[in-house]
Design a protein around this ligand. Structure first.
Ligand code: MLT
Length: 263
């Protein structure tokens, strides 16, 4: 079932395997293929669901602003559309994590556990929010090219040197994304609320994962999150930056597997 209709728009979803469902939520400005290694690894034992969020990949685009709440509502509707009523494990990277905070606040009963990679709970500073709005305007005029400036910060220098194909994949994802989709998510991230107050209330097991060389959401910041969430495991991934699941999939998948096996 590659295409489903949610809220009147077409959402592309990769849905493979059987067993406890894991919902993978991609980062910005990417698509579900960033999880390819995880989809292959976990679909032999789990039902692995990896949508392209609205505006990304092969999903339809809605211009304007797409809030983190809107993305969370889409994911909730997606679970209903796929007839998944048992609580799922949600696994989100970076923007996928921002969406996960909104999801757990609105729909806690739909989650069994949470895996958050390379993300943060804090809102944007006013300066960062303004930079996003400026970038959104540029991208609407010039196309996705300016978003390529993120690339050097997305991976560890070791990945850039030893696995240039990861950077190529990321670049291809960025350049194939609709300018309207990128701009709408930038505006949504700029206005997202601070989720720090939520953390102490989280009553399900949480795994936090961060690449040692992550410059966008550094290990120190993720470690502070781990201290605020009651039932957390914290794993640092060597030889990886912000895109840990693509850069060091062996270590990330082992951490996810250990976490899932304990539930
Ligand atoms: C991401 O990987 O989703 C982005 O780095 C999120 C952001 O721009 O804050």
């Amino acid at each position: 079932m590659p295409m489903v209709t949610i809220d009147g728009i077409g959402i592309h979803v990769s849905d493979h395997g059987h067993g406890h469902p894991i919902l993978f939520v991609h980062g910005f400005p990417l698509n579900h293929t960033m999880w390819n290694t995880q989809i292959t690894a976990f679909s032999s034992t789990h039902r692995v669901i990896a949508p392209d969020l609205r505006g990304f990949g092969r999903s339809e685009v809605t211009p304007g602003t797409v809030s983190m709440d809107r993305f969370a509502d889409d994911l909730h509707a997606l679970l209903d559309t796929l007839n998944i009523s048992e609580p799922v494990t949600m696994c989100g990277l970076s923007m996928g994590g921002y969406i996960a905070w909104r999801f757990i606040e609105k729909y806690p009963q739909r989650l069994r556990s949470l895996i958050l990679l390379d993300t943060r709970a804090a809102a944007d500073t006013p300066k960062n929010a303004q930079n996003r709005l400026t970038l959104a305007e540029r991208i609407l005029k010039e196309g996705p090219e300016p978003a390529k400036d993120m690339l050097p910060n997305l991976v560890s220098p070791r990945t850039a040197q030893n696995r240039p194909e990861v950077l190529e994949e990321l670049q291809e994802m960025i350049l194939s994304t609709s300018p309207d989709g990128i701009a709408a998510a930038l505006r949504g991230m700029a206005e997202r609320p601070d989720s720090t107050d939520l953390l102490a209330e989280i009553g399900i097991p949480v795994l936090l994962v961060v690449g040692t060389d992550d410059r966008l959401t550094p290990p120190e910041e993720m470690r502070q999150l781990a201290e605020l969430i009651p039932a957390t495991d914290f794993v640092e991934i060597p030889e990886a930056g912000h895109m840990a699941p693509m850069e060091n999939p062996t270590a990330v998948n082992a951490a996810i597997e250990r976490f899932l096996n304990r539930q």
